[in-house]
Design a binder for this molecule. Structure first.
Ligand SMILES: CC(C)=CCC/C(C)=C/CC/C(C)=C/COP(=O)(O)OP(=O)(O)O
Length: 417
């Protein structure tokens, strides 16, 4: 429990995370939860709606107890002991179903019982008469059956998917020669809003799903890194850069922008407490400009994450926020002019974010949903290979990631020679 030891004492005792260490306590906890969820519809006759809404609001706080994973810290604002909820103007009762969807759109698929609860509650919140409430109650067994069937189908699909990936992985990485792998991968995450729009949801729901995909990508990056745990040859540092927020994104509607800021705070804090980061000694750094346009809380969080991982040097994760390719070149040139230095290819090249952080130029850019680079590492991508995926970012799968690596491994890279 690496992440657990990093949590502040105040948080550890308040959220009783140590209960998760005991198998028996966890078992009892689960039985109690199951009893609660199963008996809850029978209390329908009592005006429980208010209490259920309260439960919903408390849910992010209860999540650490219900979920046996430190990923739960994901939505917690650890510094202030409160759940992180995307800000939306005047949250009224009529908007609660959206909030329910947001809760259900966490990083991982919620446990089956919780899902049944969310579905029933959503139907109840929509029911405007006693007759409709009774209908929801009568439909309860069907909701259970439907959700269980959905979960079974998902588990089967997941198993098939894992097998497929494992076969593909063994073909790629266990061949006689070592596969040609990119040293530095750059990712442009695109399509979150379109994904939400397709589902008739708020843009922030798309971003929440996008953030979940970003953490899966981190896992895949590590999982398929050759020369780490599986290979005997010496470990070479590897680099991953994710473009999370561009200079243009500042112009998004206020509620979306503020929601994105809140989500980034939660995501970045969660990164600092993710075991993977500490196990694989990943150093996290933020690149980009226009820091004065970010809220102080986000700046503090970025600072905290950089400090927490500053001693690591095995793998390097760069997160671009407030980044624009032209802005990067302009600020490099301005820096040179301010110091009275000559403007040459070499001098500009030495001023880019990559050069400043001693990160090699990008070898592979992966972008979803669009076929352009939008100025991503304008200066440092001259020799980069491009891989476009015709899917929206939240739809990216492990198979797509493997396919990108496989495609890179088969390219003939001559670097202009
Ligand atoms: C840990 C980590 C890296 C977290 C990042 C959080 C995250 C997912 C940020 C992405 C935000 C963004 C502007 C995506 C682009 O989709 P879009 O809104 O432009 O979608 P559209 O093309 O459909 O409009």
């Amino acid at each position: 429990m690496i992440g657990h030891s990093l949590l502040p004492e105040r948080v550890k005792c308040k959220y009783q995370l140590d209960i998760l260490k005991s198998q028996t306590a966890r078992g009892i906890q689960r039985v109690l939860c199951a009893l609660l969820w199963l008996t809850y519809p029978f209390f329908m006759w009592i005006p429980l709606r208010g209490m259920m809404c309260l439960l919903l609001v408390l849910e992010p706080q209860l999540r650490p107890v219900f979920r046996s994973s430190l990923q739960t810290i994901h939505y917690m604002d650890l510094l202030h002991d409160k759940p992180v909820i995307p800000k939306s103007k005047a949250q009224t009762v009529s908007e609660l179903p959206d909030y329910v969807s947001w809760l259900a759109s966490g990083k991982q698929r919620p446990p089956v019982l919780q899902m049944i609860f969310v579905k029933t509650l959503r139907a109840q919140l929509r029911s405007d008469s006693r007759i409709n409430s009774i209908r929801v109650w009568l439909a309860y067994p069907f909701t259970i059956a439907e959700t269980c069937a959905e979960y079974a189908a998902h588990s089967l699909a997941d198993t098939a998917h894992t097998w497929r990936s494992q076969i593909k992985e063994s073909l790629l990485f266990h061949s006689a020669e070592e596969a040609q792998m990119p040293l530095h991968i750059g990712i442009i995450m695109d399509g979150n809003r379109r994904y939400a729009r397709q589902l008739g949801q708020h843009a922030l729901m798309g971003h929440a799903k996008g953030a979940a995909t970003a953490s899966k990508v981190l896992e895949w990056w590590i999982k398929y890194l050759p020369n780490t745990t599986r290979y005997a040859s010496p470990v070479r540092p590897k680099y991953l850069t994710c473009w999370a927020f561009s200079s243009e994104n500042f112009e998004r509607p206020e509620d979306e922008r503020d929601g994105l800021f809140a989500m980034m705070v939660a995501e970045f804090k969660s990164l600092a407490f993710t075991s993977l980061i500490h196990l694989f000694q990943i150093r996290i750094r933020f690149i980009g400009g226009e820091r004065n346009r970010f809220p102080p809380e986000l700046l503090e969080t970025m600072d905290m994450v950089e400090k927490t991982t500053s001693a690591y040097d095995a793998l390097f994760l760069q997160i671009a926020v407030g980044y624009g390719g032209r802005q990067e070149v302009v600020s490099a040139v301005r820096g040179l002019m301010a110091r009275g230095q000559e403007i040459t290819e070499q001098s500009i090249g030495a001023e880019t974010y990559c050069a400043q952080l001693a990160v090699p130029p990008v070898n592979l850019i992966i972008r979803t949903s669009e076929r352009r680079t939008s100025g991503f590492f304008l200066w440092d991508t001259q020799a980069a290979e491009l891989h476009f995926i015709d899917k929206l970012w939240p739809q990216l799968t492990e198979r797509d990631w493997l396919h990108a690596l496989e495609s890179f491994s088969t390219r003939e890279i001559r670097g202009g020679r």
